[in-house]
Design a protein around this ligand. Structure first.
Ligand code: AP5
Length: 218
């Protein structure tokens, strides 16, 4: 069993790389952002409460995301290991995750920090779009569908952009990252499981660097 965290600011490539690792290594991607967006779409009670917070680029309450993760990790598809993508987001969530994993007889094997310059983060987020049918992620410049207007995976022709991917909200999300989430770099460094990867490289090169980290910890 391998449990990993992908840590990095908005647009660092956490979701992109989590999908690659999941496919290559048989791990389950647990993205709190994706789970919250699904709750918003399904108009559940959690989704209704989360929507306004997410649109502003602020953090959803810790109790909500910790419960989502704690319940989800019990599912059989998480048995071989998970990649936490966008969780934990602050020290209380990191401490809660330690407790959750311990209570379930699991432990963190590595925390992979993706380092990317702010100007590049903004370019990545502003150009991001996804297939409306299967959710495959693309970028206006860095990852276009092979055939213009057609999803590579499901051949869908409808695409969507996230409501929180506006220039104004991205700036807010970056501030929240530096204030709330970046202290986790020190937290995991002190625990000895922080690994740093250059997230400025191409998607393929970042993926290879993560593979090298996984080979070391296995
Ligand atoms: P969430 O969905 O987690 O968003 P985020 O952390 O802001 O991260 P992103 O999804 O924006 O970026 P990413 O690093 O996954 O980048 P991606 O791979 O898409 O959270 C959204 C909101 O939900 C939060 O603001 C908060 O309100 C709430 N929330 C979620 N979790 C929470 C929690 N734990 N606690 C409280 N609230 C929570 O890449 C971006 C683009 O760049 C893509 O187009 C991609 O194709 C491209 N790209 C990726 N890698 C490269 C590369 N190496 N080179 C060139 N282009 C690349």
């Amino acid at each position: 069993m391998t449990d990993l965290i992908l840590l990095g600011p908005p647009g660092a490539g956490k979701g992109t790389q989590a999908k690659e690792i999941a496919a290559k290594h048989g791990l389950m991607q647990l993205s709190t952002g994706d789970m919250l967006r699904a709750a918003v779409q399904a108009k559940t009670e959690i989704g209704r409460r989360a929507k306004a917070i997410m649109d502003k680029g602020e953090l959803v309450p810790d109790s909500v995301v910790v419960k989502i993760i704690s319940d989800r990790i019990d599912q059989p598809d998480c048995k071989a290991g998970v990649i936490f993508d966008g969780f934990p987001r602050n020290l209380p969530q990191a401490e809660a995750l330690d407790e959750v994993l311990k209570s379930k007889g699991r432990k963190l094997d590595a925390v992979i920090e993706l380092k990317v310059d702010d100007s590049q983060l903004i370019r990545r987020i502003e150009g991001r779009f996804t297939c409306a049918k299967c959710g495959e992620g693309y970028h206006d410049r860095f990852k276009r569908p092979k055939m213009r207007g057609v999803c590579d995976v499901c051949e869908g022709t409808e695409f969507a952009r996230r409501p929180d991917d506006t220039a104004e909200t991205v700036t807010k999300r970056l501030m929240v990252y530096y204030r709330e989430t970046s202290p986790l770099i020190g937290y995991y460094y002190c625990k000895g499981n922080l690994r740093r990867v250059d997230g400025m490289a191409s998607i393929e090169e970042v993926s290879q660097a993560i593979d090298a980290v996984l080979a070391q910890i296995k």
